[in-house]
Ligand binder design. Structure first.
Ligand code: ADP
Length: 417
């Protein structure tokens, strides 16, 4: 996430970005033009009597408070109370109006191909996609409705994780399963991390000094959740996540691809039910299960460096599957101009990037060890030696992308009759 600090540069107004999860609300108040942060924070344990709100006022004031009420409305109304009020005179922030609220919404189904201004019809459509993300979409909606209740006139924008991938062709998004599973139940590949891919592809083009419309990129978003996108001429043509964020790469606690036959096998052999199997694949698999040490790549890397065999295996499986999937994405592009690493692991792990590049030499990629060790900071993101394909590190900023969409759509909305 971007770490710009507060200062001047938000004269065009501020946007509140909200990510309402199943038990937490993350938020940031920032200037969409400059990306500067004024406030950021998290409410944890929402829905319990121990709801705690932690707020950072940039540059460096942090406070924590317990909230007496436990619902989204109470949390969001408290967050809105903390925002600087127009004319309050607080240094550098007092005059900047709040121009909108932007919400991260996990699943937009096939209906949403871009960000939208929220109205009754959009709320109903998000609700009708909830079966596709039963833990996330209802929480995202609770955030939207809580802002509506507190500030009915504030423009709100929904930004979907899935929207960017709606350009995938059927050859990439269909599963080879009975037709009715698709037509009746929506079983197809949707993909996630779309907001990050949009931000990173635009930024990569700027750093490469080439038009995005002429670039073929594989972007590796490697955080707690991990996925790849194949971005051709600025649009997504393939991705590794599918109907749910479980498909594809090995992740912190998620398995990524497994043989779908595992379900029937374990149901029979171990008597496990659907809930137990899902829970295990989402929360007790991935790096955590392989290493037996942690779901956190930093800890796994450190244990591997000290000789822990299971941690080494976890790194090996992670890298093998990642490199193989990157090569697969190149098939969807026809040509590779740049491989871009982003998110927690992608931006910070010299070791994982080194292993991956070593496996992909046949694509024309060679590590520049010094630039890789510095995460491409002095080389416009580049971490590869001169060659036909560039490898680079490009920090993502999903909050800024949501803020920009919100400012743009709120402005359009304001100009409608
Ligand atoms: P989220 O998907 O929740 O936004 P992040 O993008 O912050 O998560 O990524 C979290 C992951 O990044 C964790 O696995 C963490 O260990 C990893 N990470 C962060 N810093 C480093 C580092 N210096 N080296 C290796 N992995 C790192």
């Amino acid at each position: 996430m971007g770490e710009n600090t507060s200062g001047a540069g938000h004269s065009g107004g501020l946007v509140l970005v909200l990510n309402s999860g199943s038990s937490s609300v993350k938020f940031a108040l920032l200037a969409p033009a400059s990306g500067e942060r004024v406030l950021a924070g998290t409410a944890e344990k929402v829905g319990t009597p121990e709801t705690e709100l932690r707020i950072r006022r940039y540059p460096d004031h942090v406070s924590t408070e317990q909230l007496p009420e436990d619902n989204y409305e109470a949390v969001i109304s408290r967050i809105l109370d903390c925002l600087p009020r127009p004319g309050s005179g607080a240094a550098g922030t007092g005059q900047a109006p709040l121009i909108g609220a932007g919400h991260r919404v996990v699943h937009g189904g096939e209906r949403f191909t871009a960000s939208v201004l929220v109205d009754d019809e959009v709320i109903a459509a998000i609700r009708s996609s909830s079966h596709l993300a039963p833990l996330h979409n209802p929480a995202n909606l609770a955030g939207i409705e809580a802002v509506r209740a507190a500030r009915p006139d504030l423009p709100q924008v929904a930004v979907f994780d899935t929207a960017f991938h709606q350009t995938m062709p059927p050859g990439a998004f269909r599963y080879a399963v009975p037709e009715e599973w698709y037509t009746r139940y929506g079983v197809r590949r949707y993909g996630f991390h779309g907001t990050s891919y949009r931000f990173v592809s635009e930024r990569s083009a700027v750093l490469l000094g080439r038009p995005l419309t002429e670039l073929r990129l594989v972007i590796a978003h490697l955080g707690n959740g991990c996925s790849l996108a194949a971005v051709r001429d600025g649009v997504s043509v393939d991705t590794t996540m599918g109907l749910t964020p479980l498909e594809g790469l090995v992740m912190g606690t998620r398995s990524g691809d497994v043989d779908p036959g595992v379900f029937g096998y374990l149901a029979e052999r171990a008597g496990l039910g659907i809930d137990e199997l899902s829970e295990a694949l989402y929360t007790a698999s991935g790096l955590q299960a392989l290493s037996g040490v942690s779901n956190d790549m930093r800890t796994v890397e450190a244990a591997a460096a000290e000789g822990n065999e299971r941690a080494r295996l976890a790194v090996m499986v992670f890298v093998h599957r990642l490199a193989k999937a990157i090569a697969g994405m190149v098939v969807s592009l026809g040509r590779l101009d740049a491989l871009v690493f982003t998110a927690g692991i992608g931006e910070n792990s010299t070791v994982i990037r080194r292993h991956v590049l070593a496996r992909l030499g046949f694509l024309g990629l060679t590590e520049d060890a010094e630039a890789n060790a510095r995460h491409g900071r002095d080389t416009r993101g580049r971490i590869s030696l001169d060659g036909p394909v560039v490898a680079m590190v490009v920090p993502t900023d999903e909050e800024l992308m949501i803020a920009r969409d919100t400012a743009r759509l709120a402005d359009v909305g304001a100009r409608l009759p």
